[in-house]
Design a protein around this ligand. Structure first.
Ligand code: HEM
Length: 181
């Protein structure tokens, strides 16, 4: 199971431009970030860093949604996408105690997470890492890349999601914005 590390690194390619605690306990501040697949080269690791996660199978996407996502989602690393967001989140035990069908109903039927997100493709590239089963402080590390021209749209998406039924189960959320050095 390959791990991905989000590490503080003085020479990292991403400079932190904003770091907001949206819910729950704060996370120690860093200035530069590097995304790595090995801890040996993770560099300095102050406080809570590095954060680590794994990519995993989809829990909620239907076949039809997957087809739409695959048709529209851009890759990471586009030269024009010089803005990034790292948003680590943890959901409550109430969420994790729900059955799979109940979670899907909140996630999509009530909150339209995928339907809403699809409207922001291909402007925003995304990658979801899971870390709950690794005993990490967060359940998910979410990573997004977009061009400066799409920054306003990204803000609109994030603030929309934070008003959904799904987000009433989010008990810790840190919003870190970065720009490519
Ligand atoms: C850019 C548009 C977006 C699209 C197309 C999108 C799409 C998706 C999809 C398809 C999943 C389900 C994966 C699965 O089946 O397990 C998902 C999960 C998730 N997304 Fe998004 N998303 C977007 C934006 C966001 C944003 C902005 C955030 C955070 C502020 C976010 C946070 C999450 C989280 C935490 C999960 C995991 C939920 C869980 O398993 O309980 N997404 N997203």
């Amino acid at each position: 199971m390959p791990l991905t590390y989000f590490a503080a690194a003085d020479d990292g390619p991403w400079r932190v431009v904003r770091h907001d605690t949206i819910a729950g306990a704060p996370l120690s501040a860093i200035h530069r970030l590097r995304v790595l697949d090995s801890v040996n080269s993770a560099g300095s690791t102050p406080g809570d860093w590095p954060l680590r996660g794994v990519t995993s199978h989809g829990r909620y996407v239907t076949r039809g949604e997957r087809r739409l996502l695959e048709a529209r989602q851009p890759p990471l690393g586009r030269p024009e996408a010089t803005c990034a967001a790292l948003i680590p989140l943890a959901k409550s035990t109430v969420w994790w105690d729900l059955a799979q069908d109940e979670r899907r109903a909140i996630f999509e039927d009530r909150s339209a997470h995928i339907a809403t997100g699809l409207r922001y493709l291909p402007a925003v590239a995304r990658k979801l890492y899971h870390c709950r089963d690794l005993g990490e402080p967060f359940d998910f590390l979410t990573w997004f890349e977009y061009a400066p021209a799409d920054a306003t749209a990204f803000e609109e998406l994030v603030s929309h999601l934070r008003r959904t039924a799904e987000w009433t189960y989010v008990e810790r959320e840190i919003d870190i914005r970065l720009e490519r050095v």
